[in-house]
Design a protein around this ligand. Structure first.
Ligand SMILES: [Zn+2]
Length: 275
């Protein structure tokens, strides 16, 4: 049993200068490959269920799947809710066995974001699990624009909510398919000069690999969320598997062929976050 909380994996990362992968899960095939990758790299992993995943598979089912994988794993595994938007959704994830709740109040005015995040932090901590909040707004490629995190607001948010991890907007954008973005390192430095809460980068797929590694080692960024990059590996592998034999219709035999490529892609992600 290696099910742990977000705080359990991020505090050692903060202390020792590395980051942990928050890997975006869409189903059994990818989450299983991510845990196999973490075991092969001998590092912790955060399994994340975001809104897309939850629209496809109910939270109680996802909680059971994450916990089953954690129970069998030889490395620490966090069962994390990504982008919970309401108290009820976070409460449902807690009841489903998740060990970490991200509450995303980043579209709300600061005072409301602080007030509502604090309620989730209190609920999480009462049950001995963790909470991640977001300050500033991380936009979406081809969609909503980002609003960069103000260092003073970040310090206030961290102090008044007591979050275990804080997602920041420093040039990162969700759903980017290339790695040309690059993050605003002076802004990261300004934020961590004012608070020691572990920092989280959503939209990690858009960050150049060398910069991920540099930031993991040298800043308080302790968690990179990686989704798009791994979904692309999964999609390419599945397309190959389907096209390789037009007669084949059994989806288990098709999906089986995604395991090795997704595991290899996840290993590369995790290896580059090590200190
Ligand atoms: Zn996100």
């Amino acid at each position: 049993m290696t099910l742990v909380t977000l705080k359990d994996v991020l505090q050692p990362a903060l202390r020792d200068g590395y980051a942990v992968g928050g890997l975006v899960c869409l189903g059994w095939e990818d989450m299983r490959a991510y845990v196999a990758a973490a075991e092969a790299e001998n590092c912790p992993v955060i399994l994340q269920a975001g809104p897309g995943c939850r629209a496809h598979t109910p939270l109680p089912v996802l909680g059971k799947m994450f916990r089953h994988l954690a129970e069998e794993a030889t490395v620490p595994v966090v069962a994390h809710l990504d982008h919970g938007y309401t108290y009820d959704e976070c409460s449902e994830a807690l009841d489903a066995g998740f060990t970490s709740l991200m509450f995303d109040g980043s579209r709300k005015p600061l005072v409301d974001n602080i007030k509502e995040t604090l309620q989730i932090v209190e609920m999480a901590h009462r049950s001995g699990i963790s909470c991640e909040g977001e300050i500033g707004f991380v936009g979406y490629s081809g969609g909503e624009e980002s609003a960069g995190t103000d260092p003073g607001e970040a310090a206030q948010f961290a102090a008044e909510t007591g979050v275990d991890a804080m997602a920041i907007s420093v040039g990162n954008v969700h759903l980017q398919q290339d790695k040309e973005g690059g993050l605003d390192e002076p802004r990261i430095a300004a934020i961590q000069a004012m608070t020691s809460v572990p920092l989280v980068i959503h939209g990690g797929s858009g960050v150049p690999i060398a910069q991920r590694n540099h930031l993991a080692k040298n800043t308080n960024i302790c968690k990179f969320n990686i989704g798009t990059e791994l979904r692309m590996a999964f999609g390419a592998a599945m397309r190959d598997a389907v096209n390789s034999d037009p007669e084949r219709f059994d989806r288990v035999s098709i999906l089986k062929e995604t395991h090795d490529p997704v595991m290899a892609a996840a290993r590369t992600v995790l290896r580059n976050l090590k200190g």
